[in-house]
Design a protein around this ligand. Sequence first.
Ligand code: PMP
Length: 402
Amino acid sequence: MTNAYREDFPILLQDDTIYFDNAATSQRPRQVTEAMRYFDENCNANPMRGLYRWSIEATERYEQARADAAELIGAADSREIVFTRNTTESINLAAYSWALHNLKEGDEIVVSVMEHHSNLLPWQMAARQTGAKLVFLEPEPDGTLTEQEITSKITEKTRLVAIGHVSNVMGVTNPVKLIAQTAHKAGALVLVDGAQSTPHMQVNVQELGADFYAFSGHKMLGPMGIGVLYARKELLEEMPPFLSGGEMIEYVSRESATYAEIPHKFEAGTVNASGAAGLSAAIRYLKNVGYDTIREREECLTARLMEGLRGLPYITIYGSEDPKKHCGIVTFNIEGCHPHDVASVLDTENVAIRAGHHCAQPLMKFLGVGSTARASLYFYNTEEEVDRFVEKIGKVRGWLGY
Ligand code: PMP
């Protein structure tokens, strides 16, 4: 399979580095850096404030990014898109502005054992402050959440289900639509952590039934420092601001203030407009490649990688046996080798993978390990890289003296 996309990623053309840490952050194509450079060199001014040409163009580009993000995830209205720094901030916004004002003692927040810490700690905080209780969905050993588990844990006590769309460790896609249907029947809302799904699959928040949806630009070809919280308009209108100060007001007196309309009510201070311009370009690039192509390439590469690793008897792969259920993420351990040593020795061979607990310590406990190694692929990776990677993995034990 040829890979024409690679030419667009200068960092990948530098040398023979195998970059398999895409779940942590993806690389940026020229089109994204050029969009940001255009902004910096042609219209860098504080958006929303100025009445002059540069500021007006900055505002237009910022609002275009909002419309692009809304279209990407099928939001009904671009005012339902709030720009944040990243998924973590988006989830915190929902926790501080919605949960703290809507939960009380006796209420339950349902999360899964697989959550990234970013979709767990804000709910631990909300539970502590409101007296609500956290309830955990327990996956099967391969990461599957069964219907039985979902329908038994989501009850009339549930006020919110906060669920990762795709696990950053197992790569499993959770049945968000079923979870949302169950939650809505019980009168609960659903927040979806889309950090690992928006880069890989077509998302439609209305079809999924997500009341809140969070994602980060940097994992989907965009720059760091720009993220999105989608929330239904009625929710955003009722929620109080998370941060306050400049830009998010309508009128301010000495003692009080009225707030701007949504989404500006949630975007206090100077915004990351050049980051938003980069996100726009990333969305355009993703659309040009197409999610079908992305899935096809990732499935093919993942199958090749899993097959190669399975040929080494001392390797344990976590999650499903089926490469199609990994979303490009292959988490594994090499018997006798600490994952940190594996990642460090691979670095000396110009291979970048992740090792550690992947910000998912409850899941590590569930898997019965302290840490793992994780190779995460994206559509611009190649079969040749996978083959070289497997060959090097076969030598790791020898290099580490086992
Ligand atoms: N949720 C998941 C599933 C993730 O994989 C990540 C990033 N590792 C996050 C949330 C947090 O994303 P960010 O660091 O961009 O806030």
